[in-house]
Design a protein around this ligand. Structure first.
Ligand code: ATR
Length: 273
């Protein structure tokens, strides 16, 4: 029988996960199918209750439901608990286990960019869900994580989310231009600025110049103004493509117990651009 998987989110017209996961199942010779389940916020709780008693074998969860699903879980992985958000659910006989593979995806992205996490000094722009996954991925090993956000209150909320020993490494910055000290190892754009092709970088060139590397979580468009500016300042740089790929690869492995057919997944993603 065909195993069913899906992604829950709203709206979902941009999701590339069905193309990536269906290619993965095909390449691995697994009889499974992955569908997009776009559910409006006023229906999400009823939908989740229904899905729990359905035959689905697993889900991805995306914005705006990564926290909404928490009360529906029977177990949560330590990783997902520490981020406070779930993007992958494994369903076994009506029991749901929540994982967070975004953190792994981000770690793989920066590993491929040859950023050493140990004792790194990192500057993160943004304080939404994406920024929280990034800070979670960095905070254990980094020396310090600076956060800059348009709305200062949200940056404080993000810092306060972390337990005390980690919170101490988080510095809220108003004016990154004024940050002195040793060079930065990494700057991350975890805001939505850049999604529209006309968006200008909110990170000034003078700030990018202080960093060895820069990452934009945005992968579409693939080359944002932020990334162009970063490259022009001599930063090694990457977009969010590998994060998307590796979060999907780990979800596949959690669901199937098999290693992910990475090149087939990469190819399927590339084809969608
Ligand atoms: P996600 O879950 O994808 O992180 P989000 O929670 O809506 O999405 O967060 C979007 C982030 O982009 C926020 O940090 C937001 O800043 P505010 O907290 O001040 O809203 C940031 N952002 C969006 N548009 C921005 C803009 N024009 N200038 C600066 N930051 C912006």
């Amino acid at each position: 029988m065909t195993d069913l998987y899906g992604i829950i989110g709203y709206p979902l017209h941009h999701t590339l996960s069905p193309a990536m996961q269906n290619a993965a199942f095909k390449a691995a010779g697994i009889d499974a199918h992955y569908v997009a389940l776009s559910v409006a916020p006023n229906r999400i709780r009823a939908a989740l209750r229904g899905l729990k008693s359905s035959g689905f074998a697993g889900f991805n969860v995306t914005v705006p439901y990564k926290e909404t699903v928490l009360p529906f879980l029977d177990r949560i992985s330590p990783e997902a608990r520490s981020v406070g958000a779930v993007n992958t659910i494994l369903a076994r006989r009506g029991r749901w286990i929540g994982h967070n593979t975004d953190v792994h995806g981000f770690r793989m992205l920066i590993r491929r960019l040859k950023v050493r996490l140990k004792s790194a000094r990192v500057l993160v722009y943004g304080a939404g869900g994406a920024a929280r996954a990034v800070v979670s991925a960095l905070i254990r090993d980094a020396e310090c994580v600076m956060i800059q956000n348009r709305t200062a209150r949200k940056a404080r909320t993000l810092r306060d989310f972390f337990p005390a020993p980690h919170r101490r490494k988080i510095i809220l910055v108003r004016q990154p231009e004024a940050v002195s000290g040793p060079a930065l190892d990494l700057i991350v754009n975890a805001t939505s600025v850049g999604l529209r092709p006309a968006d200008r970088s909110i990170v000034p060139a003078a700030v990018l110049r202080k960093s060895r590397a820069a990452v934009d979580l945005i992968y579409n468009p693939p080359l944002t103004h932020f990334l162009r500016l970063a490259a022009a300042q001599g930063c090694r740089s990457a977009n969010g493509f590998d994060m998307l790929l590796y979060q999907g690869a780990l979800a596949f492995e959690l669901w199937t117990g098999r290693s992910a057919p990475l090149s087939a997944m990469r190819r399927a993603l590339r084809k969608t651009f």
